[in-house]
Design a protein around this ligand. Structure first.
Ligand SMILES: Nc1ncnc2c1ncn2[C@@H]1O[C@H](COP(=O)(O)OP(=O)(O)OP(=O)(O)O)[C@@H](O)[C@H]1O
Ligand SMILES: [Mg+2]
Length: 270
């Protein structure tokens, strides 16, 4: 099944453009008896940015982790670019993929976490080069050139030879974004990418994300940066207790929330 994954947006035929980039259909996830996601259905179109907000414990990270099969769904289906994630279907039944197959699918999905998790013993450039070298087995010169371009794109051309310990949090997060982009993903997932940063460093990371959105990258962003959501996102989803309580145009949801739970949450974060 992994062989049928389309390699990237550039090679997608016009007919495939109608396929949503992410399609979650009644996605549920339990840890033991704790049902953390309760039948989540949503869609992210190609090139769109979705912001996901909600109180702590509402299941936002779990949902992102389900998208790249770091968590296995308990029920429902999830597909990325028309391809079922983590499972193969045979005679109407779903079978979980082998870890190797799931890892292959994951290469097309970039993920950026709150904590940057850069390799401390590698320079910024080496961090960005690592996955394409190891996983894709591409020639070093080509990987290096692309890594330098990506570092320039996140405003860090001058910091290529710095180790993470000598970079600010904002710079480290921008390296982490460049590192995710180095695998040429078709989808980027961000899990609170700015919430561990000092306030004065948040803007530089959001600016990089805005640029990425403008370039047409499909993104799902868990964030409490409502200004970013209003300016950049095509849709905003408010989750609470493992369900989608409310979703729609970010400006409408944020300025005129319809549900009490959304109102209560927004009154705390806005
Ligand atoms: N591996 C796990 N095993 C057991 N329970 C888990 C696991 N991962 C998450 N949970 C539980 O799932 C629920 C949702 O967690 P999740 O991390 O998805 O929430 P969140 O919305 O991302 O919260 P936060 O805003 O604090 O990051 C929590 O109750 C959490 O304790
Ligand atoms: Mg979380």
């Amino acid at each position: 099944m992994t062989d049928t994954i389309t390699p990237g947006a550039a090679s997608v035929s016009p007919a495939q453009n109608d396929v949503p980039m992410v399609l979650a259909d009644c996605v549920s996830k339990s840890f033991g008896s704790n049902e953390v996601l309760k039948s989540i259905s949503l869609e992210v179109k190609r090139g769109e940015v979705m912001c996901l907000v909600g109180p702590s414990g509402s299941g936002k990270s779990t949902f992102l982790r389900c998208i790249n099969h770091l968590e296995v769904l308990s029920a429902g289906r999830l597909s990325v670019d028309g391809v079922l994630i983590g499972f193969r279907e045979s005679n109407g039944k779903l079978y979980e993929m082998q870890p190797k197959e799931a890892a292959k699918q994951r290469r097309d999905i970039g993920m950026v976490f709150q904590r940057f998790n850069l390799f401390p013993h590698m320079t910024a450039l080496e961090n960005v080069m690592e996955a394409p070298m190891q996983v894709k087995g591409e020639p070093k010169a080509k990987v290096k050139q692309r890594a330098l371009e990506l570092l320039a794109r996140v405003g860090l051309a001058e910091r290529a030879d710095y180790y993470p310990a000598h970079l600010s949090g904002g710079q480290q997060q921008r390296v982490a974004i460049a590192r995710a982009l180095a695998m040429e993903p078709k989808l980027m997932l961000f899990d609170e990418p700015t919430s561990a940063l000092d306030p004065e460093l948040v803007g530089e990371v959001l600016d990089v994300m805005k640029g990425l959105a403008k370039s047409g990258m499909t993104m799902i962003v868990v964030t409490h940066e409502m200004g970013f959501a209003k300016e950049v996102a095509d849709s905003l989803v408010f989750m609470d207790g493992g369900v989608v309580v409310e979703s729609g145009d970010p400006r409408e949801v944020l300025d005129n929330p319809q549900h009490r739970r959304t109102q209560a949450f927004l009154s705390k974060v806005l």
